[in-house]
Design a binder for this molecule. Structure first.
Ligand SMILES: *Cc1c(COP(=O)(O)O)cnc(C)c1O
Length: 371
């Protein structure tokens, strides 16, 4: 192992340089047109995304956290209502619910790092109005089980699909299973913009109409204000960049899936790690690998060892599941999730990685466990 190789967890500069000239050209074009707020590029991007995901309405908003809040508000969640969510997620999932006045209720994560339907069932009370699974790491949760619970218990289904643009379960895309879902365009997401951005996905005309009001001060098409609202729009310039990048999306996802296969080939036999399901392991799912999240024994030591050898890794959510953010008022204990969180680690996963990069990361991991 003579050579020192650097594999950062994510490389924003590379992400920009990939299409530097095109992005500068389209930025100049948008600025020269003075097309900043609720303009053509936004509409075109919303339509392209709606067609891709197979959903009736896409509404571009300021970020995915606002999107969750506006979606929850559009289905009339409010004080006295409970919404079950899984705590291996960003605090944003719970925050979006919280700001409607409803109570986010933490449940367990399952073996595949997605929401555990059995835990959801145990937490349902007469106050429960909705379930909001997070489609984590670019993989869908067990949507059949969740839909069955919603049907039998009369609950609404929302999705935090911030990490799962184009991820499928039995042919349907994340964000389209229930009343609505959200996508994030945060720069490190699979489809990132140059700042904050997000959208709401819904097949429900009334939810779509209301989210359009909520993102724009409550103004309808006649500029009449229908209700109290904030301002949370996806910038037209960001939408123009997203629309441009979107044409490469399938290519990027294909590359992510190749990288996942390579990790699986190289790390599967080590016997020390729990890997995410491989891209071809489950005929019911199409995973987009937003993240490659493994479970590792001696996780903290492994992370230090990788860093010393130039490999960037990340522990999701700073290592704290949402229910352990005690200052937010949670007091639950979720033993499976808490044990899982001692072992989670994300390896580099993005379409800029070369096969050599991936082999290098795997070499260092093998070294760590055999030394
Ligand atoms: C990124 C992310 C969010 C928040 O998205 P923003 O656009 O940054 O608000 C919410 N939930 C999950 C699961 C995420 O990964």
């Amino acid at each position: 192992m003579g050579h020192q190789h650097n594999v950062p967890f994510f490389d924003y500069t590379k992400a920009f340089l990939e299409h530097e000239q095109q992005i500068l050209d389209l930025t100049r074009d948008v600025i020269r047109r003075g097309a900043f707020i609720l303009q053509r590029d936004l509409q075109e991007f919303e339509s392209a995304l709606a067609e891709y995901v197979g959903v009736k309405h896409v509404i571009g908003v300021g970020n995915a956290t606002d999107a969750i809040y506006m979606l929850a508000r559009a289905i009339d969640l409010g004080p006295g209502d409970e919404v079950v969510f899984c705590t291996h997620t960003m605090v944003a999932t719970a925050a979006g619910i919280h700001f409607t006045g409803a109570t986010p209720v933490p449940c367990e994560t399952g073996w595949d790092h997605e929401i555990d339907p059995a835990s959801v069932e145990r937490l349902i009370t007469p106050k429960t109005k909705a379930i909001i699974p997070t489609q984590l790491n670019g993989r869908c949760a067990d949507m059949d089980a969740l839909r069955a619970i919603c049907e039998s218990r009369g609950l609404m289904l929302l999705e935090d699909s911030a990490q799962a643009l184009g991820s499928k379960y039995k042919g349907l895309c994340a964000g389209t299973f229930g009343r609505g879902g959200v996508i994030s365009f945060y720069p490190a997401k699979t489809l990132g913009c140059l700042g904050d951005g997000g959208c709401v996905l819904t097949n429900d005309d009334e939810v779509g109409r209301r989210v359009r009001l909520y993102r724009d001060f409550g103004r309808n098409d006649d500029q009449e204000v229908e209700c109290w609202c904030m301002n949370s729009r996806l910038d037209n310039l960001q939408a123009a960049i997203l629309k441009f990048r979107f044409q490469y999306y399938d290519q990027w996802i294909q590359r992510r899936r190749q990288i996942a296969s390579l990790y699986q080939q190289r790390l599967g036999d080590l016997g020390k790690l729990v890997l995410p399901p491989g891209p071809d392991d489950d005929p019911d799912r199409f995973d987009i690998f937003q993240n490659y999240e493994i479970e590792a024994n001696r996780r903290d030591d492994l992370q230090v060892f990788l860093r010393r050898h130039g490999v960037g890794t990340l522990i999701q959510w700073g290592g704290t599941p949402v229910h352990l953010m005690r200052k937010l008022g949670f007091n639950q204990s979720l033993p499976f999730t808490e044990e899982l969180f001692t072992r989670l680690l994300m390896l580099p996963m993005n379409h800029f990685l070369s096969d050599d990069d991936v082999h290098y990361v795997c070499d260092i991991i093998s070294q760590f466990y055999t030394k």
